[in-house]
Design a protein around this ligand. Sequence first.
Ligand SMILES: Cc1cc2nc3c(=O)[nH]c(=O)nc-3n(C[C@H](O)[C@H](O)[C@H](O)COP(=O)(O)OP(=O)(O)OC[C@H]3O[C@@H](n4cnc5c(N)ncnc54)[C@H](O)[C@@H]3O)c2cc1C
Length: 432
Amino acid sequence: MARDIFTADFKTEPYWLDDVEPPASGATELPATADVVIIGAGYTGLSAAIETARGGRSTVVVDAERAGWGCSTRNGGQISTSIKPGWEELCRRYGSERGTAIAREGHNALAWIEDFIAREAITCDFSVVGRFHAAHNARAFGRLADGIGKRPPGLEIPAEVVPRSEQHRVLGSDAYWGGVIYPRHAALHPAKFHKGLVERALAAGTVIVEHCRATGIDRNSSGFTVTTALGATRARDVIVATNGYTGTITPWQRRRVIPIGSYVIATEPIPREVMDRLMPTPRVVSDTRKVVYYYRPSPDRTRIVFGGRVSAAETDPRISGPRLHADLVALFPQLENVRVSHSWMGFVAYTFDTLAHTGVHDGIHYAMGYCGSGVSMASYLGMRTGQKVLGLSEGRTGFDDIGFATRPFYTGKPWFLAASVAYYRWLDRWER
Ligand SMILES: Cc1cc2nc3c(=O)[nH]c(=O)nc-3n(C[C@H](O)[C@H](O)[C@H](O)COP(=O)(O)OP(=O)(O)OC[C@H]3O[C@@H](n4cnc5c(N)ncnc54)[C@H](O)[C@@H]3O)c2cc1C
């Protein structure tokens, strides 16, 4: 039954890899020494590498898989200014100065990535397309509309309220209760952006060694020895950039991030007139559900790329695909007969305080925990981490020294996740 919704050429690989050749990283051998060894070749690791290599430090990036195998070629390519806790909540937790500094980092990350892509001339379909954030019930719409204009000075964001009666001018669905357009939010092609980072890192002199899992980190008087599947390398500095794939070699970080699967499908090409009716603009879309849907037209407007979390426990993309398709059809009944050409997933890293974290623990630098919004934040905090390694004061961020909490008995396997997701999905349905 379920298979009928898949096209004949269906893949469980990200749609983004269809039109991007994996970048050739070149190196097959691990250098015996480096100034900096970075574990993880996604946005975080590569952005850090670009800084350290350009700063004159010999830099090696290792990845257990191909470069970009993690979230950095699997995501939805949506970029916002959002930090999950609101400004009031941040000020309550950390005081107004630090709370404001953390909230500002969301704006900084968006401004930085826009500038960086332009400066580096990275061809990745980056565009300030705007976001329609749709309300899944009347109360959520009220909260969204009320929130506009209540931002503190310096953290204002342009926003336009769209009542339900006008919704079809932004989205051809009756499933929502209106929403808000954030015109400054942006989108890019995740794999093209990642390829651009690989190319810039290589051009700066970084050695990227793929299929080279780091299996141990030992501290010694001159720095660190990183043991890998391809041998050992000595380094003055180590950066851990493993986010949702953080493993047992960094147990302190592993106890602090919660890997959560996020699932995406791409439809087969749909007729232009249908696309123009359902998604009349290139804007990305998200909604106010606790278990959020996020979707967009592909950059060439031929397909819809639709993401969310469709099961309490982690599952296979062949199982999540039909479920996501059913949820897509619930929003857009016109798509009932449109098939799915790609279904994939990846692990994002949540944290117990729903904030990203960066810092140094036991001499090891890290940046991770982007809570599902890491396209700009991972790249930005990776860049800041690289600056820290270089000893530059610009490397400091609002997230430094805020404490990175874990919970008793949590070792990196989120046994509580299935129950939490089931509860939040029930809440979303009940609220509707
Ligand atoms: C389905 C999905 C949709 C998303 N959509 C969005 C979105 O629309 N907008 C947004 O802002 N964010 C989104 N995200 C989140 C965003 O993609 C991530 O936050 C970001 O890519 C994290 O980048 P990273 O470099 O820190 O980690 P990753 O890209 O995950 O890279 C980590 C790397 O570490 C490697 N690794 C792990 N352990 C080792 C080891 N021991 N040795 C060597 N290498 C190791 C892994 O192989 C992996 O390649 C989404 C994520 C997913 C999965």
